[in-house]
Ligand binder design. Structure first.
Ligand code: FES
Length: 204
């Protein structure tokens, strides 16, 4: 299943970002050429978080001992053994990833089929909300898309694309893009109002 996990804007070229998805730690990173990758946030060597690492060109380097992981998450260089041909079995765990309409999505279990296609929106914010999706979407007049965690919605007169993921129980991370140019400020106000209402409803 394809799950939105970040706004593309928030992972610029050469950057890494840690994402918690249903308790699983992921690293989202973008090589200098612009391609987004999503891997388990764990170095196969000694378990260091790869999100602490650094990007050089099209590779992600672990901060601890500098092992370098390239396309497909294979380790291609071990600085302490520069002449070693690294066995292909040494690799990080990579997941299928795609980017559409300003959102980054991951398919962890490989059941998502063709990646979704969305119209480009203007990124507004990824907002952490202390509520579950059922509570939140009782408050959102939304039109579901064919993809399970994407909807089109209108809040306070602003048209949104909303994607979301669940970091853990009772929590939601909402990724919001607007379809109306110039509406970003009103959109941010509408999103914060929505968060307040969802968290108040959950607490009631
Ligand atoms: S823990 Fe990553 S290179 Fe050693």
């Amino acid at each position: 299943m394809w799950v939105p996990i970040a706004l593309g804007r928030d992972v610029p070229r050469g950057a890494t970002r840690a994402v918690l998805l249903e308790g699983e730690e992921l690293v989202v990173w973008r090589g200098e050429a612009g391609t987004v990758q999503v891997w388990e946030d764990r170095c196969p060597h000694r378990g260091m978080r790869l999100s602490f690492g650094f990007v050089r060109g099209d590779a992600l380097n672990c901060l601890y001992h500098g092992w370098e992981y390239g396309a497909g998450a294979s380790c291609r260089r071990i600085p302490a053994h520069p002449d070693l041909t690294v066995p292909p079995t040494i690799r990080a765990k990579a997941f299928a990833a795609t980017e559409t309409g300003g959102l980054i999505l991951v398919d962890r279990d490989g059941t998502g089929g063709p990646p979704p296609l969305m119209l480009a929106g203007l990124p507004v914010a990824s907002l952490a909300i202390a509520a579950d999706p059922e509570t939140l979407f009782q408050l959102v007049p939304a039109t579901p898309r064919p993809d399970p965690q994407l909807v089109e919605a209108t809040l306070d007169g602003v048209r949104f694309h909303l994607g979301w993921h669940v970091p853990g129980p009772g929590r939601i991370m909402l990724h919001a893009l607007v379809l109306d140019p110039g509406a970003e400020s009103r959109a941010l106000i509408a999103l914060h109002k929505l968060r307040s209402e969802a968290e108040a409803r959950r607490a009631a």
